[in-house]
Design a protein around this ligand. Structure first.
Ligand SMILES: NC(=O)c1ccc[n+]([C@@H]2O[C@H](COP(=O)([O-])OP(=O)(O)OC[C@H]3O[C@@H](n4cnc5c(N)ncnc54)[C@H](O)[C@@H]3O)[C@@H](O)[C@H]2O)c1
Length: 315
């Protein structure tokens, strides 16, 4: 078992609860401190150290780093794309201030590694939408995307200027059965499975042919840990890596569900999230991640659908 002591900030969200479980498996339960601004999520209760922590409170972060002898931090606290558009200034403040503060603390406390997730939301309507490359036109139109792109630049800056080992991935929409999504534009691809099993029908907030890049949570967690475990010399960029597994539209996910639930019905009532989706890529070229540190996805739409329905349906 490894000697690192890991702090996860924003651990009670869709990614955090699964990431903490995987990190505890790797490093030992007592060596991974889960924290969030909220009371412990049921998946985090009684399974290892847990603290209430506000990602904006630098003194409290320092105190926890010193109390547990933390060597690595994963910062997951953020306001996501759809929530961010409802309160842009708050999204900017939370997403940026929490990162800048942590980067400073990491340099001062000589942390070994920091992880901070970016998103495909960095891309905008002027970006090539198919097979979007790692380096391309990046002109985001949402406050979430602006904060993620600025954050990527700050991560690179701290790496170049102070040698901080900070790593990042541009996640696509993430789909999971253990944890609920937290206010993103791709949340429909989780809700649809719940509704298919519960009611046999779903009204989608995106139109039927809206293609977006997506990934099953198992792949995202494994990819995150593989990036963090990769030898530093393999990482040719300190901007976030494009990461990809599959792309599909609401119509295609409905068809995949119908292979298991033949009567499943879907209709469409696009809302403000359609506008956000229209500015994002349809598919992502992640060949740089594949070449630099060996990224490879396991789950496609059919495999993911079978796994989601099996786990959510208890069959
Ligand atoms: N889920 C996705 O599809 C996706 C895609 C791309 C990028 N990301 C990024 O991954 C990270 C985690 O996303 P998620 O889906 O788990 O989000 P989420 O909304 O499900 O979870 C975020 C967690 O942060 C906590 N939080 C919010 N403000 C906080 C604060 N001030 N202090 C401490 N905790 C606070 C929340 O209570 C919540 O538990 C975010 O940076 C997000 O932008 C997620």
């Amino acid at each position: 078992m490894k000697k690192d002591k890991v702090l996860v900030i924003g651990a009670g969200g869709q990614i955090g609860v699964e990431l903490v479980a995987a990190l505890r498996h790797l490093y030992g339960a007592d060596n991974v401190v889960a924290t969030d601004i909220r009371e412990a999520h049921p998946m985090l209760k009684g399974r290892g150290p847990y603290e209430i922590l506000d990602a904006m409170d630098g003194n409290a972060i320092r105190a926890i780093i010193s109390k547990y002898g933390i060597t690595q931090v994963y910062l997951l606290a953020a306001l996501l794309s759809a929530t961010g558009e409802k309160d842009p200034r708050r999204a900017w403040d939370i997403n940026m201030e929490s990162l800048l503060q942590l980067l400073d603390i990491a340099v001062q406390e000589k942390l070994a590694k920091v992880y901070w997730p970016s998103s495909i939301a960095v891309f905008g309507p002027t970006t090539p939408r198919d097979n979007t490359p790692q380096q391309t036109i990046i002109e985001p139109r949402t406050v979430y995307g602006i904060s993620k792109y600025a954050g990527e630049q700050w991560c690179q800056y701290y790496n170049l200027r102070w040698g901080l080992d900070v790593r990042s991935l541009r996640y696509p929409g993430l789909i999971s059965w253990r944890s609920a999504p937290g206010g993103g534009t791709t949340d429909y691809a989780v809700e649809i499975y719940h509704e298919a099993l519960k009611h046999g029908r779903y009204t989608c907030f995106l139109s039927e042919d809206t293609y977006l890049p997506m990934m099953y949570m198992d792949d995202a967690i494994r990819g995150t840990i593989e990036l963090m475990e990769a030898p530093a010399e393999k990482l040719g960029t300190r901007m976030a890596y494009n990461l990809s597994a599959m792309s599909f539209s609401p119509r295609e996910i409905a068809e995949a569900i119908r292979k298991h639930i033949p009567d499943f019905a879907i209709d469409y009532a696009p809302d403000f999230r359609q506008q956000i989706a229209n500015g994002w890529p349809r598919s992502i070229d992640d060949s740089v991640a594949r070449a630099h540190w060996g990224w490879k996805h396991d789950f496609d739409l059919a495999l993911m659908t079978a796994d989601m329905l099996k786990n959510l349906g208890g069959k």
